[in-house]
Design a protein around this ligand. Structure first.
Ligand code: 5GP
Ligand code: ZN
Length: 137
């Protein structure tokens, strides 16, 4: 079994609340979310960071991120959206598998990197994911 938590999520060995999926990308709710609609967009194949991606993988993550971002906007009407990528422990990364964070921003949120902080109830994650999925359909 893979040591990588996101490889295990992609393989279905760790449960996740899925939002979007295609051949190369899986988007799911972050269990450390602090905002409704905080989604992780992960490349399915294991690649540690942006340096390791080929053009098709890069395009696939960007396309999926934009689609999910539009669905988050339609579902939650945030004031803005932050898109985060980090590379390496020195940049605060905790899972070394390429992914993008989509964090809706509401008035007063600020820009603090406060995740991962909590462990939202599964029902709350599922409710948020369902609202996003409805906009992707
Ligand atoms: P990083 O800190 O590497 O940029 O992001 C890793 C993210 O993965 C964190 O926000 C953390 O909450 C999330 N994460 C870690 N393990 C799991 C998990 O088992 N399930 C889900 N849904 N998210 C996870
Ligand atoms: Zn991995």
């Amino acid at each position: 079994m893979s040591e990588c938590v996101f490889c295990r999520i992609v393989a279905g060995q760790i449960p996740s609340t899925r939002v979007y999926e295609d051949d190369l990308v899986l988007a799911f709710m972050d269990i450390g979310e602090v905002n409704p609609g905080h989604v992780l967009v992960a490349l399915k194949p294991h690649a540690e960071n942006l340096f390791a991606l080929d053009d098709a993988q890069t395009a696939a993550v960007a396309r999926a991120s934009a689609r999910v971002a539009r669905a988050i906007r339609a579902a939650f009407e945030p004031a803005g959206l932050s898109v985060y990528q980090a590379n390496g422990a020195a940049a605060g990364q905790t899972v070394f598998h390429y992914h993008v964070h989509l964090v809706p921003r509401h008035d007063g949120d600020g820009m603090a990197f406060t995740w991962p902080v909590n462990n939202p109830p599964r029902e709350q994650l599922e409710a948020h994911a369902a609202r996003i999925r409805a906009q992707l359909a």
